[in-house]
Design a protein around this ligand. Sequence first.
Ligand code: FE2
Length: 403
Amino acid sequence: MIETYREGYALPGFAYRDPEVYENEIRRIFLKSWLYVGHQSQIPERGDYFLFEIAGESVIIVRDGEGQINALMNVCRHRGSRICDAHEGHESRFTCRYHGWTYGLDGSLRAASRVPEAFDRSRFGLRRLHAKVFVGLIFVNFDADPPSFDAIENDMAAPLAPYQLEHCKVAHRQNYPIASNWKLTVENYCECYHCAPAHPEYTVGHGRALPVEECTAMLKEVMERAPAVGLTQHVVQKAWLDAGALGIERGFDRYPLLRGHQTGSRDGAQVAPLLGTIKGFDGGTTDIQVGPVTFGLAYCDHVVFYRFTPRGQRNTDCEITWLVNESAVEGKDYDRAELTWLWDVTTLADKQIIERNQAGVDSRFYEPGPLSPMEDFTQQFLGWYVAAMGAVPGLVYRRDASG
Ligand SMILES: [Fe+2]
């Protein structure tokens, strides 16, 4: 039996269940895309590192003596042992505890005892991934010949400039493991059809939860106010649209907060000092996308980044990073609990929704239903996904929108 994907409908259950589909996704999407791994302020000093773990792979993200950020496979070049276990830390060198092979912060092999005389150390450095730092955000790409990052940089640099993300610091970071396939987490993130029933805390302040027409009318006012507070009127809508060119998904999409609200917080009031060159609150906020599984929310006083990482067919890490001005002092300029309240409570609700969604699509009797116009962005994601996957046995992309 062949299950088909019909445009305008949810994906068939097959897409969430078949191990072969998952393997193809890792190979075709995740090992070829620029993936956001963290913010540069997480590793300010030489030797500071953290691990990025995805689909059974482990990567050491480390700052070296020249201040450069390197991405090194956490796999010893001797017999393949993991080298680093701690999720973050500080090392002057990386020593494999199995046979003592020792690597520098750039991945080069510095010492290996009792090796044959002809042994050429220069050939056995740790495998390095392409790494890119853009406005303080660190990206890696597993592919030996990755797509150019230029499209993201060219389109996103100007709209992101007022926020000065490179002069931000991590105020809080938290992982919310979700027991579901990664696609359900992205599908959920991309639509606000579920906001009214599922997110009372979010709905109180965000125009996104309103019907599209109402939200569009309010956006006009936000856009008119934006220049006065140093914000951009840019809109970047390339997310999911360049389906043939994987790895350059990007978006910068402004929308209104409800009247009287300054930011995304418990009561809409400011929770941290204004960012970068922003001079006030325009009553708007911004959805950001950088790559296929990295989404952000840029408020005038803080920015929140979501990083979705598959850890198995039915397990996804949803790591959230809250960024504030690097000069902001906790307890004085911001209260961590107030800063993180909205997206913590919202993400805990999403975790529940998504895990129940997985349980449902696992049913033998699940049949994909039609999407709402409020799920247009999710629909774009599904179209992009099916195109990126190409011909996977059994998953057929049918362009027939009828019946
Ligand atoms: Fe949600």
